[in-house]
Design a protein around this ligand. Structure first.
Ligand SMILES: *[C@@H]1O[C@H](CO)[C@@H](O)[C@H](O)[C@H]1NC(C)=O
Ligand SMILES: *[C@@H]1O[C@H](CO)[C@@H](O)[C@H](O)[C@H]1NC(C)=O
Ligand SMILES: *[C@@H]1O[C@H](CO)[C@@H](O)[C@H](O)[C@H]1NC(C)=O
Length: 362
């Protein structure tokens, strides 16, 4: 496939250190953020997190995110290993919405619906490397994408930035923003990294303990869409209740409502949206590693990799069902078709801001 070859060539241009030639900014490359013994690798293909490496308490290093070895493989990826999803993440029913009296039709890529912004959403485009500082106190990379009017069916030009920043020992900050340049448009971005705190090839995460700051969730139907009107239900008395820490595997097989057994659920995060607040805490007893997620979005999607099935991953590993978990802060699902949910419409000139911090420890 010609496109694949193109990216293989681009791969030869792996960027080292913090020097960033002007012509490298739009070339697909791999960028490392390194502070002490903490390393995060990112590619501007899909604004994707490729690896996160840290030690455990005994000094054993592991890469704790699932992924692929080369950017060329990410071009073909269908598992959504580590990219940013947009312009509107999760599903939009029938790939259709009405905004200011005009009907918009989107790329349909999930049955009869649109998923993760369409087949060529923000996860399948080249982002421009705007700034890159690979070392020092706060290594960071800022990626930029101009989404054009009509892209995958969405209205208006949209400027999008994603910054990954090593914000402390084993802490990774994610800042995403978007500005509607000329027309109103829905915007809902998310970051889709799969975590396995034992290491990406360490088997399943069913033994990881999870705690979610969420008393309510939005039940989804067999197409993974909210009912009409969208329901918000208490987690109490359901297998979705992670208000107290519980092993992910304890009730995972009771979650059979979707198309695959396991969690793929949208929770409403407790507390005030638009404020940074604790969202989730995960702990792997075997390695002793832990992960805390803070965020400022109204909701979080918990996904337990239900669709991985002998999927080839990094370093010859093969990922099976439940090999990782995704914690994706986001807006309400299909909000553009659900006026009872908080709006995701960005008016011309308005700015969307989405912050996350992943605090790892060992
Ligand atoms: C991507 O998929 C194409 C078509 O199936 C295949 O020819 C190519 O080898 C794949 N590239 C990689 C890096 O796996
Ligand atoms: C969006 O984020 C980038 C990078 O962090 C920043 O330079 C830019 O000013 C932000 N845009 C707005 C409108 O806040
Ligand atoms: C996994 O893939 C195999 C081979 O394609 C298929 O037979 C099997 O049904 C799949 N398993 C699940 C759980 O989807």
């Amino acid at each position: 496939m010609a496109r694949g070859e193109l990216f293989l060539l681009a791969l030869l241009c792996v960027v080292a250190g913090s020097a960033l030639a002007a012509d490298a900014r739009k070339t697909v490359g791999v960028y490392e953020l390194k502070k002490g013994d903490f390393s995060v690798k990112v590619t501007n293909w899909g604004a994707t997190i490729m690896s996160v490496i840290l030690p455990d308490s005994r000094g054993n290093f592991a890469d704790v995110v699932l992924g692929l070895d080369t950017v060329a493989e990410y071009v073909n990826d269908t598992s959504f290993f580590g990219p940013v999803a947009g312009r509107v993440a999760q599903r939009i029913a029938r790939g259709r919405f009405v905004l200011d009296g005009k009907v918009y039709h989107l790329n349909i890529n999930d049955g009869r619906n649109t998923l993760q912004g369409g087949g060529r959403g923000f996860h399948k485009v080249i982002w421009t490397v705007k700034e890159f500082v690979g070392a020092g106190d706060y290594p960071y990379i800022t990626l930029y994408y101009r989404s054009f009017d009509g892209e995958q069916g969405f209205p208006g030009n949209l400027d999008v930035h994603v910054t990954y920043r090593v914000a402390g020992p084993y802490a990774l900050g994610v800042h995403m923003n978007a500005t509607a340049l000329d027309k109103a448009t829905p915007v809902n971005l998310l970051q889709h990294t799969y975590w396995n705190l034992g290491g990406h090839g360490a088997g399943d995460v069913l033994g990881h303990t999870l705690c979610l700051s969420a008393s309510r969730y939005t039940p989804l139907d067999g197409e993974m869409l909210p009912s009409s009107p969208g329901r918000v239900a208490p987690v109490a008395g359901t297998p979705f209740d992670f208000r107290a820490p519980a092993p992910i595997g304890a009730r995972v097989r009771q979650v059979t409502g979707g198309r695959a057994v396991g969690y793929d659920a949208n929770y409403v995060v407790d507390g005030e949206p638009d404020r940074m607040r604790p969202v989730a805490a995960v702990r792997d007893g075997a390695s002793g590693r832990a992960l805390e997620l803070w965020g400022n979005q109204p909701c979080v999607q918990l996904y337990t990799a239900n669709w991985l099935n002998r999927t080839r991953g990094k370093a010859g590993e093969v990922y099976d069902r439940y090999a990782g978990l995704c914690l994706e802060t986001q807006g309400y699902p299909d909000a553009v078709n659900h006026p009872e949910f908080p709006s995701q419409t960005l008016r011309r000139g308005q700015v969307y801001r989405h912050d996350m911090v992943f605090k790892l420890s060992s």
